[in-house]
Design a binder for this molecule. Structure first.
Ligand code: ADP
Length: 489
């Protein structure tokens, strides 16, 4: 395969698409986490710094008094820590009157530059808490809180600040590193994903390879289960079950073609033999007539085999249409029972038919007649003179049942599962030999009517076939009648 073609195939593969989707989702998630982290870090640093200055602002307000336009600090001399705190606070502080005139400005403040009186007045008049950052050329940063301070009847603008470390590049640095590492993370994720997808999809590839190797001669190929009770295991099981079915069907077809050619060859050989006899050795018209009569018999057999085969293959490929009439099995069994009395008498077999009136079934009368005929003729054919055949029609709540039992030669247990197969015959006396297609029809007809046929037998004692066909339900019947009546109106 050309390299470019392999690349194209690889890009279309499920494995590649899985990995790509995985990497995209993973990348988006990590990217999202990085951005949230960046935002959160920036805000947390800022919040923590402001909280410290808020504390200073409150502390300053506790010690400060404005009297007659002058700022005075009230410190209890007995508490040295108070004067320590006030000293610290006064290092970065500015107090301005309502007109913007400066009442007190710390050196620490001046370094960063003092606002003009009009600026200070504007802040005071806004009545808002204002936050500002001032940066000295050396890079030092002062974070300030401005607010109105009230003391008795007087008020002033108090600005208090702290030199803070400039953390602003920190979030960018951290998230920058994170985003720098992201491609490597994604590469690692892609490689891991590639390996995981590969091992997860291995059974699928094996399945495809096995399926490609299958031909008519190696239908015994199966996939090895992995013992994991997962979706792929189910796929493997389904594949193996399908192969079981295919193998069985193929075997049946193989048997069938061997049997069919064998069946067709026998009469042809006989016909050829008879014609040769006629040509070489027959002398009198009687000899010719005998040879031709035997040949004709075989021609009949040949054409009934071909007819039977054609019918069966049409049946199995769904080409035969089954009528959907209301049929009385009681009528069919009674009529055919009467017809077979003569056949049974010829074979010295006692035929007892019990066909009470039972529920109707929905189906095809001709096919149902064929079903009963096949079972009855078999029962008589495989029963020795002096034996008997009993036909019993009955019904349950849901089904009409037909049992055809005989006291005939019976079928050995090992043959029972196969007698419904095409051409399958338990070796029987030459005179009893049939085509081996009758029971295949019986089984197909029962199934085509939504029913089934089962068999029980004991060698030397007799055989019983039981056919069950769903009964036409009363509700279904009246609906059918009604719609028929409606159609006529
Ligand atoms: P055939 O035309 O040979 O009767 P069938 O498909 O009707 O073909 O039956 C298949 C085989 O099943 C028969 O060859 C016979 O050996 C066996 N069989 C069918 N019915 C009976 C029965 N009532 N008693 C004993 N054997 C039977």
């Amino acid at each position: 395969m050309a390299f470019s073609q392999r690349i194209r195939q690889g890009l279309r593969s499920l494995r590649f698409r899985l990995v790509i989707s995985y990497v995209v989702v993973f990348g988006l998630l990590l990217g999202g986490v990085g951005l949230v982290f960046h935002y959160d870090l920036t805000h947390t640093i800022d919040r923590l710094q402001r909280e410290l200055i808020d504390e200073d602002w409150d502390a300053a307000a506790g010690f400060l008094d404005i009297r007659n336009g002058q700022a005075t600090w009230t410190v209890d001399p007995r508490k040295p820590d108070h004067s320590f705190i006030v000293d610290r606070l006064r290092r970065n502080l500015l107090i301005a009157g309502p007109d913007g005139s400066i009442l007190e400005a710390a050196n620490g403040y001046r370094i960063f530059g003092v606002e003009t009186p009009s600026e200070l007045r504007a802040i005071f008049e806004s009545g808002q808490t204002v936050w500002r950052t001032k940066t000295e050329p050396s890079g030092a940063v002062l974070l300030l809180r401005y607010g109105t301070f009230r003391s008795g009847n007087e008020s002033c603008l108090l600005a208090i600040g702290r030199r803070v470390t400039d953390f602003s590049p920190l979030p960018a640095t951290i998230t920058g590193d994170f985003f720098l590492a992201l491609p490597f993370l994604l590469l690692a994720a892609a490689l891991t994903g590639w390996a995981i997808a590969g091992s997860a999809l291995r059974p699928v590839n094996e399945l495809a390879e096995t399926a490609q190797r299958i031909s008519g001669s190696n239908l015994d190929l199966r996939l090895q289960g992995r013992g994991a009770n997962d979706e792929l295991e189910k796929l493997i099981e389904a594949f193996n079950t399908m192969m079981d079915r295919l193998e069985t069907n193929f075997d049946q077809i193989r048997h069938f073609s061997t049997d069919a050619s064998h069946e067709l060859r026998t009469p042809i050989t006989i016909i050829r033999g008879q014609l040769e006899v006629a040509m070489m050795t027959a002398r009198t018209p009687g000899d010719f007539r005998d040879a031709i009569a035997t040949a004709l018999q075989e021609v009949d057999r040949l054409s009934s085999i071909v007819r039977g085969l054609l019918l069966l293959s049409q049946a199995e490929t769904g080409q035969i249409r089954i009528r959907n009439d209301e049929v009385s099995l009681s009528e069919i069994v009674a009529e055919l029972g009467e017809q077979f009395t003569v056949v049974a008498a010829d074979a010295s077999v006692r035929l007892v038919v019990d066909a009470p009136s039972v529920g109707l079934v929905r189906g095809d009368r001709t096919h149902l007649e064929r079903l009963v005929t096949n079972l009855l003729s078999n029962a008589i054919k495989y029963t020795n003179p002096g034996g008997s055949v009993h036909v019993q029609l009955a019904e349950t709540d849901t089904h009409v049942t037909l049992s055809v039992s005989d006291t005939g030669i019976g079928i050995a247990a090992e043959h029972l599962p196969r007698i419904f197969e095409r051409f399958y015959r338990v070796s029987a006396g030459e005179t009893r030999k049939g085509l081996g297609l009758g029971l295949s029809f019986v089984s197909w007809i029962a199934k085509a009517h939504g029913g089934e046929v089962t068999v029980t037998s004991e060698l030397g004692k007799g055989t019983a076939f039981l056919v069950q066909i769903p009964k036409l339900q009363e509700a279904g019947r009246s609906t059918a009648h009604r719609s028929l009546a409606e159609a006529r109106q």
